[in-house]
Design a protein around this ligand. Structure first.
Ligand code: SAM
Length: 387
């Protein structure tokens, strides 16, 4: 599908132009092409210019996409309920990765206070300076009366004890785009032709770079395209090393490996979001659109286990939130609401849990370090066997 034609504001046009110059310069210095992971890194995270680093608003109705914590309060309620089910030392501190606008931090801490399960500290690790400023503003304004210390980190803490969580963070970690050619698997590169970015065939990939599902004896047709995310390995490794004990909870779009690399999913999962429209043209609107690819949850589990973590649960977002009581919560809330607000609430439940919306394709995975009991949310729709 083509990216839609949109009229750019002066600010957006300047950002796009400056970022394109940098990308083109890097491509020339690199001998005519760069791999897609390098391109995605620049498009999303170039300081001041990349999509998550520039000043243009992206979250919510007026932005490009809406995440579960931005829809209302129920997602954070479900999460709070699950975190409150952990033993006290596993929720003594919470570390949130990629906190977006700060919406999740605000609602989660509010609910944890209600549940008498406030952590001593809430830490945020956010690579985007622009988003950090938004988070600081909203948290100081809304949480002024909540007795919890919120701190922003620039690197992972040492010997962390508690819960680490990330909603829609792994899908924002740059990935490689790969393609099956008649000579085997190749990495797709980004080059320039007639002053426009274009796809180019890159280096061949040997089997050690590929997920097991693509090296198994499954017939994959030439022309098949997908993604791999090598950067997940050092990321999970560093998290596992920084944790002394506790839980790592990740929520994201994705599948177990056999489903991710199913022969029929032959166009992969790469998606771009701009003004609530999705398409698959990442080389357009550079710096002005989100670029994401789904998460291979089997890869996460394999790497986590190899680094000393244990998988304690894997389920759909719908299963996780329903087991954590969001329907009962909505029922209680709706008694106090007018018709319009009740309608909004039922829409929120629908978006969070319906199979055609976020309910099935969003998954929740939890890992623990040092023999932890399970947490609430993984029994209603246990999908561990699918990893
Ligand atoms: C799609 S947004 C999700 C924001 C928020 N969690 C939410 O649910 O609304 C992705 C977020 O992940 C952050 N991010 C990307 N890579 C990261 C990394 N390696 N560590 C921490 N945060 C990261 C981005 O800056 C951004 O805040």
């Amino acid at each position: 599908m083509q990216a839609q034609k949109i009229t750019l504001s002066e600010e957006a046009a300047k950002i796009n132009e400056a970022l394109m110059q940098r990308v083109e310069c890097f491509i020339s210095e690199s001998g005519g092409s760069i791999d897609f992971q390098q391109f995605m890194q620049m498009a999303l995270y170039t300081p001041g210019l990349g999509y998550y680093q520039n000043s243009i608003s992206k979250f919510g109705e007026s932005g490009d996409f809406i995440t579960a914590p931005e829809m209302g309060d129920l997602f954070a309620y479900g999460l709070a309920n699950s975190i409150a089910s952990l033993p006290a030392d596993a929720r003594e501190q919470i570390l949130e990765f990629g906190a977006g606008t700060g919406a999740l931090a605000v609602s989660l801490l509010g609910h944890l206070q209600e549940l008498k399960a406030l952590p001593k500290k809430y830490l945020i690790l956010e690579p985007s300076g622009q988003l950090q400023s938004q988070q600081k503003e909203v948290i100081s304004r809304v949480l002024a009366d909540v007795p919890v210390c919120v701190e922003w980190l620039s690197e992972l803490p040492n010997k962390f004890k508690g819960t680490i969580l990330g909603n829609e963070v792994v899908d924002a970690i740059p990935c490689q785009r790969i393609r099956k050619s008649e000579n085997g698997w190749i990495a797709q590169h980004v080059g320039i032709e007639e002053k426009r970015l274009c796809w180019k065939a890159g280096a061949s990939l040997s089997s050690e770079h590929l997920p097991p599902a693509l090296t198994a004896e499954v017939a994959i047709a030439d022309g098949y395209e997908s993604e791999i995310r090598p950067l997940v390995e050092p990321w999970i490794k560093s998290l596992a090393q920084s944790m002394e004990s506790g839980v790592l909870l990740l929520i994201d779009y994705g599948y177990p490996q056999v489903e991710y690399y199913h022969p029929q999913r032959n166009q992969g999962t790469l998606r771009c979001f701009s003004r609530h429209l999705s398409h698959s043209q990442p080389l357009e609107l550079v710096g002005l659109q989100d670029i994401t690819a789904h998460v291979d949850f089997s890869q996460l589990a394999r790497i986590a286990v190899a680094n000393g973590l244990e998988v304690i649960g894997f389920t759909s977002q719908a299963g996780f939130l329903l087991e954590n009581g969001i329907l009962q919560r909505a029922e209680t809330m709706s008694e106090l609401l007018d018709d319009k607000a009740r309608y909004q609430l039922s829409r929120e439940i629908q978006q969070l849990t319906a199979p055609g919306q976020m309910g099935e394709v969003m998954k929740v995975i939890a890992f623990s370090k040092k023999d932890l009991a399970t947490m609430c949310g993984f029994n209603l729709q246990d999908q561990l066997h699918r990893l």
